[in-house]
Design a binder for this molecule. Structure first.
Ligand SMILES: *[C@@H]1O[C@H](CO)[C@@H](O)[C@H](O)[C@H]1NC(C)=O
Ligand SMILES: *[C@@H]1O[C@H](CO)[C@@H](O)[C@H](O)[C@H]1NC(C)=O
Ligand SMILES: *[C@@H]1O[C@H](CO)[C@@H](O)[C@H](O)[C@H]1NC(C)=O
Ligand SMILES: *[C@@H]1O[C@H](CO)[C@@H](O)[C@H](O)[C@H]1NC(C)=O
Ligand SMILES: *[C@@H]1O[C@H](CO)[C@@H](O)[C@H](O)[C@H]1NC(C)=O
Ligand SMILES: *[C@@H]1O[C@H](CO)[C@@H](O)[C@H](O)[C@H]1NC(C)=O
Ligand SMILES: *[C@@H]1O[C@H](CO)[C@@H](O)[C@H](O)[C@H]1NC(C)=O
Ligand SMILES: *[C@@H]1O[C@H](CO)[C@@H](O)[C@H](O)[C@H]1NC(C)=O
Ligand SMILES: *[C@@H]1O[C@H](CO)[C@@H](O)[C@H](O)[C@H]1NC(C)=O
Length: 332
């Protein structure tokens, strides 16, 4: 027998031994959703990125989509890194079972966030990031009460953070970093009844004191770096907090660090470029720190010796008023 026949027989045997293909058990794509998807494709100018969106193929098998296999309804639309120009089509609001909506790394995507998105009441994850979307962070997003994760980072959004976002009852992660947002961090976030653990507001132009009410939440990860925020930060710390990563660098915070009690969960602390005074608290020696930077502040006194504190080089500590001791020169 020629090798090609042997290959063919082996392939046939393998094929027969496979279970029945599971797609035969799935519902075909819902016709209303298919119609909406064609409108979206047209609205985006029939981009090459959506070339698989063809009548000849069941829409649950198209790229950038996921259906619920039982119902054939589209539950995920994820358009990522394509050559796509134009605005977010308002027709996306007509995919009523959508749980995940993502437009990401599309630099030619412009315009504002369309209010049609508020029709997507089952949405748990909304990510519109690395685009050229402009306009405000819309307060109408607070109508998406099932949202767990809202990511509007790396866009051209302007205006202030709408206080209404704090009312989202299931929100655990909020990213508004790398925009051009101004104004204050709303007090309302501290009153939120949700479980906000991840809050990224870095690289904006936020001003004002960070509300003390944020201390009521149990954050895991905070990044407020590169804004013009002022005030105190000690409400984020304390023995029974769970914060792991805290980047407050490059702001105008001004407070006495001496009495701050850092929780054991803390792994990453960046406080560089501020107006922090006092001394480094001894509790820092009890932590398993992977990163520490308190440079460019107004700290004084001896760097506590022990724990991980001498593992970092002198750039973690330099440019303070009178900090001394290893890894900086000895105190005199
Ligand atoms: C699919 O839809 C069925 C029926 O509505 C529902 O029970 C199931 O949880 C859904 N599955 C997913 C992954 O959403
Ligand atoms: C994107 O599409 C436009 C118009 O179709 C084309 O001129 C351009 O070269 C494409 N860019 C890339 C990076 O593929
Ligand atoms: C954006 O649009 C411009 C102008 O049509 C095109 O040259 C460029 O390749 C596009 N870039 C991407 C990443 O789509
Ligand atoms: C999109 O953003 C990039 C980087 O911010 C910028 O260089 C480009 O001009 C913008 N394009 C449009 C169409 O606004
Ligand atoms: C934060 O955690 C503490 C201790 O686990 C808990 O008592 C408190 O209710 C939590 N607060 C919020 C807002 O989840
Ligand atoms: C620990 O957390 C509880 C509830 O959040 C609070 O009432 C208590 O004062 C805290 N204890 C310390 C030592 O911070
Ligand atoms: C900071 O607080 C410590 C302890 O409460 C105090 O001894 C010190 O004088 C304060 N430093 C400044 C500069 O206010
Ligand atoms: C700490 O921050 C300063 C200022 O940005 C920087 O020069 C230095 O390299 C940083 N040190 C470390 C260890 O990252
Ligand atoms: C930091 O350490 C480097 C190399 O060990 C040394 O050249 C430099 O003088 C030190 N700077 C300070 C401020 O201690």
């Amino acid at each position: 027998m020629k090798p090609i026949f042997i290959m063919a027989i082996i392939s046939l045997l393998i094929f027969l031994s496979l279970p029945t293909p599971s797609f035969s058990l799935s519902q075909p794509c819902n016709k209303d959703d298919e119609k909406v998807l064609f409108q979206i494709k047209k609205s985006l100018g029939n981009p090459y990125h959506l070339a698989s969106w063809q009548k000849t193929l069941d829409c649950c098998h198209w790229y950038c989509l996921k259906c619920n296999k039982t119902t054939g309804r589209v539950i995920e639309l994820t358009i990522f890194s394509g050559n796509i120009s134009g605005q977010i089509p308002h027709e996306v609001g007509n995919l009523p079972y959508l749980q995940t909506l993502l437009f990401r790394k599309l630099t030619n995507l412009t315009g504002e966030i369309p209010s049609a998105i508020t029709k997507l009441t089952q949405l748990t994850s909304l990510r519109l990031s690395w685009t050229n979307l402009s306009g405000p962070v819309p307060s109408f997003l607070s109508q998406l009460t099932n949202l767990d994760f809202l990511d509007l980072s790396f866009n051209d959004l302007t205006g202030s953070i709408p206080p209404e976002l704090a009312t989202l009852p299931k929100l655990s992660g909020l990213r508004l970093d790398r925009n051009k947002l101004t104004g204050v961090i709303p007090e309302s976030f501290g009153m939120s009844t949700g479980n906000l653990q991840y809050l990224y507001l870095s690289h904006n132009q936020l001003t004002g004191d960070v509300p003390r009410s944020l201390g009521y939440l149990n954050f895991t990860w905070i990044d407020f770096s590169r804004n013009q925020l002022t005030g105190d930060l000690n409400m984020f710390f304390g023995a029974n907090k769970t914060i792991q990563i805290a980047d407050f660098s490059r702001n105008s915070f001004q407070f006495n660090l001496s009495e701050v009690e850092f929780p054991a969960s803390l792994m990453y602390l960046d406080l560089n470029h501020k107006k922090i005074y006092g001394s480094l608290p001894l509790t820092l020696t009890g932590l398993s720190l992977q990163y520490l930077n308190v440079s460019y502040n107004r700290l004084c006194g001896k760097i506590p010796q022990g724990g991980d504190l001498q593992k970092f080089d002198n750039t973690s500590y330099f440019h303070n008023r009178c900090l001394c001791g290893s890894p900086l020169p000895a105190c005199t």
